[in-house]
Structures are given as structure tokens and as C-alpha cells.
Design a protein around this ligand. Structure first.
Ligand SMILES: [Zn+2]
Length: 458
């Protein structure tokens, strides 16, 4: 019945179309660390075997040096939606700012080209308040679910199923929140990350292992962080293992999504990008969560799938989230008069040594700072102190040894180059924004406000 209503809605909205256009599908795996993709990204452990299977079967292209534009959800998703760095689009927090009309989202662009646009997501931060709904005909937030992917798959089945049946070309944004820490200990869950019991029955978890002062789940994670409660290394490892079991469960849910794609023949008539908005920390740099811009949060997995690739491929060229929009437009042969910060991934495929500066914004304890990848260097710049931290990713891929004090000349050169790039982007931002207000505050409806409080954002 539900399916028929959805179908009728789409038909009324768009009529029947017979023109064949490639569909565009963007899949976000919130909080999935790059190293969950195993050998595809040079990591010893594979937590997502269905990603590897689809990479092989559908001849995907994995970018193993992919980066976000922030260590948290809002700016990173907005970069994926607009093709802009987080400095230029400036949507850094959900309560600040609104995109000016001169920065269109991919949904707005594709809608203007005749696409049906559908968003099904499960992150409370990606709501209308931040302008994430712009350009979408159908915008469905899934909230307050212990297992959000179940509801996501149901809506995908309804809405994408109807679009496929009607043969309307569509752009779909499909977002999975399952790997994120469980913010509210829903349905009595006391673990920091959720997975069904069958996924973790071999782990040494006892009643109350992740509770303190009646705070469990994500709340416990924040408590041990805020109060700097020391944990034994085995317990930190256990937290990470629970996270990875959750990722494994998410992977099994993706298998169901890929089955639907097979059934609807979408792999042969769609361009698909799968990415994560940021990773997750397990005390590599002291904290849990995704609270600071080190490699474990800013490095992300990313894969491109088209019907035209003749063999699976792993690419070393550094890429970042602003590359997504130009890639879609390039593939579809669409022109749009916007100077994106990103480049089409297709233009980077044949060049393995492209010199690029990847710039992101960080927000740690109410302080704004920046991170820059300028291979092989990874630089953190704090504008208040005018100081840099410098890591050589070739020699120190986990960013454990700051070489700014050892290699002072290089650090000074990198700092200058970073500042030049920041100024260039800020000038671009100011030109695009003009008189458009950049600091507007929004009022949330109560549900969203509660969820954001639970996530620790308000
Ligand atoms: Zn996120």
C-alpha cells in the first residue's frame, strides 16, 4: 500500500519519463574509518567484506588517499553536496549560516536538469535547519532508531523502487548512521556502539562494563573523555572492537542495499559514490569520538562505481569530498557555472602524482583551527597561536610524531603555504557570499534539539 502511495506521488510530481539518463547515487557511511576497508586502503583488517565484494564485482575505483573537509558531519556533508571546501561553503555548524543562492547543492543542480531527487538519511545534523534539504523533492530523516539502517532500507525500497518502476532518472542521497556511537542508549543498549548480540557474543562484555555514574553508551564515552578517566589498553581495544562489530553489521545491511541495486539493475545505469564523512578515534591522540582533526578522523574511505570501468582499480592520488559534485557533472556531461574547489575524479585517474592542497576546518573545544594535507605532509594550523604541527605521512602514517620543532625550516615554509591557501579560500568565500548573512541562528524543533543535545552538539 505504502509503495503504491509513493509511486502515485512520484507520478503526480514528474509524470512518466521514458528518456534514459544515468541515475546518480551518493551513499554516506557516517563515522566509518578508512581502515575498515582493509587491503583496499592498505589496512590489515577488513571490516566491510561486502564493500570489497562490490568493488571486485562492479569494478569499482577506490581512492585510498581520500580526505574529509572536517572531523565531523556538518561541514563534511556540505562539501559532498556543494563541491566546496568547508571554508568556502561556511556551513560549519548546524546553527550557523545558510548557503547563499550562488552555492547550489548537487540536488538543486540535478533537479534543474530534470532529475527526481531523493534524500533518505539518519543524522539529525543533516536537517532542514542547515539547508541540507535544498533541492530534494523527497527528504526523509530517520530519527530515534537503535538500528537506523532498517528504516533506511525500507524507505529506499519504497522511494527508489518507485522511481525505478516509473523509469524516472533520480539522484539519491542514502545515509547510514549505524557506525556512529549510540547517543542515547536506546532500547536499553549500554554499549558505546551498537551491533546485534550475534555480532559480539565472543567479546568479554559484562553488565555495566560501559556505564559509570549511571551514564552508559555514548554518554560513557564522553564521560571518560571529559573527566580524563584512565582506561587500561585492553578496555580501549574492546571499545574499538565493539565499534568494528557495528561496522561489520552495517556492511551486512549494505549487502541488502546492493541486492536491491542488482534487482533494479542500477549498477548498469548509475554512477555511484560511496564515502564516509569522517572516521573515529580510539585514543590514538588521547580522546574517543571524532573530536579533533587527526588522521584517524580526517582520512575517509571513498569508492566510485560506474558501468564503464573495465577493471577494479585502487588510486593513490589524494582526493577529498569537494571532488564529488564535479565528478557527477563530468560523468553526466552537464555544465554548471560554478567554480568548485574540487576536481572531477575522472580527471585525476591517470595522474598519480597530482600536487594538491586539501584543506579542512576543525572545531575543538570551541576553538576553530585548520588542517591541510600537502603530500607527504599533514599540517595542523592554529590561527590563535599562529603555530603549526607537522607530520610526514610517508614516515609517520598515524601522525604520532610532530616534526615542526625538528624541521623548523620546512615547518615555516609549510606554514606560509598553508596561510596563503587559507587566505585564497577566504577571499573566494567572501566574494561568493557578498552581503549574504553568514551567521544566522536557527531554532530547532524539540525532537531535533533533544537529539543534538544527546549527541553533545548543543
Ligand atoms: Zn558524521
Amino acid at each position: 500500500m505504502r509503495r503504491k502511495v509513493v509511486l502515485l506521488f512520484l507520478v503526480l510530481l514528474f509524470g512518466c519519463r521514458s528518456e534514459i539518463k544515468k541515475n546518480v547515487i551518493l551513499i554516506s557511511l557516517d563515522t566509518v574509518r578508512r581502515d575498515c576497508w582493509g587491503e583496499l586502503v592498505g589496512s590489515p583488517r577488513l571490516d566491510m567484506p561486502n564493500i570489497k565484494r562490490i568493488f571486485e564485482e562492479r569494478k569499482g575505483i577506490v581512492f585510498r588517499n581520500a580526505f574529509s573537509t572536517a572531523h565531523y558531519s556538518v561541514p563534511s556533508h556540505m562539501s559532498a553536496f556543494t563541491g566546496m571546501s568547508s571554508i568556502v561553503h561556511s556551513i560549519l555548524e548546524v546553527k550557523v549560516g545558510a548557503l547563499p543562492p550562488s552555492i547550489p547543492t548537487i540536488a538543486e543542480i540535478l533537479k534543474s536538469k530534470g532529475y527526481t531527487t531523493i534524500a533518505i538519511h539518519s543524522n539529525a545534523l543533516l536537517g532542514r535547519e542547515g539547508g541540507f534539504h535544498k533541492g530534494f523533492d523527497v527528504f526523509i530523516p530517520i530519527r530515534f532508531k537503535l538500528v537506523p539502517s532498517e528504516a533506511i532500507l525500507e524507505e529506499v525500497s519504497n522511494y527508489l523502487g518507485a522511481a525505478v518502476e516509473e523509469k524516472v532518472p533520480f539522484f539519491a542521497f542514502i545515509h547510514f548512521m549505524d557506525a556512529h556511537s549510540d547517543p542515547q542508549g536506546r532500547d536499553g543498549n549500554t554499549l558505546p556502539y551498537y551491533s546485534p548480540p550475534s555480532y559480539r557474543k565472543d567479546l568479554p562484555i559484562k553488565e555495566g562494563t560501559f556505564c559509570r555514574y549511571n551514564r552508559c553508551a555514548d554518554s560513557w564515552l564522553r564521560l571518560v573523555r571529559e573527566e580524563a578517566i584512565p582506561l587500561k589498553p585492553e578496555k580501549v581495544e574492546l571499545v574499538e572492537e565493539i565499534y568494528r562489530r557495528g561496522v561489520r553489521f552495517l556492511d551486512s545491511q549494505l549487502a541488502k542495499l546492493f541486492d536491491l541495486f542488482e534487482k533494479w539493475n542500477l549498477f548498469s545505469n548509475s554512477i555511484i559514490i560511496i564515502f564516509s564523512d569522517h572516521g573515529e578515534e580510539f585514543k590514538e591522540h588521547k580522546y574517543f569520538g571524532h573530536s579533533q582533526p587527526f588522521i584517524e578522523t580526517i582520512a575517509i574511505p571513498m569508492m566510485l562505481i560506474t558501468p564503464d570501468n573495465d577493471a577494479p582499480k585502487i588510486v593513490d592520488t589524494p582526493v577529498w569530498l569537494p571532488d564529488i559534485v564535479p565528478t557527477f557533472l563530468d560523468y553526466l556531461g552537464l555544465q554548471y557555472p560554478v567554480a568548485f574547489d574540487g576536481l572531477s575524479l575522472f580527471s585525476l585517474l591517470s595522474k598519480n602524482q597530482v600536487k594538491r592542497k586539501i584543506v579542512g576546518t576543525a572545531h575543538v573545544y570551541n576553538r576553530w583551527s585548520f588542517f591541510i594535507i600537502d603530500f607527504p605532509y599533514s599540517v595542523k594550523y592554529d590561527p590563535r597561536t599562529d603555530r603549526v604541527k607537522v607530520f610526514n605521512l610517508m614516515k609517520d602514517p598515524k601522525e604520532l610524531h610532530d616534526i615542526a620543532e625538528i624541521d623548523k625550516r620546512n615547518a615555516a615554509m609549510l606554514k606560509n603555504s598553508v596561510k596563503e591557501e587559507l587566505i585564497r579560500l577566504m577571499i573566494k568565500r567572501d566574494r561568493i557570499y557578498g552581503a549574504w548573512p553568514r551567521a544566522r541562528f536557527y531554532s530547532f524543533d524539540r525532537d531535533v534539539e533533544e537529539e543534538l543535545k544527546a549527541l553533545g552538539y548543543l
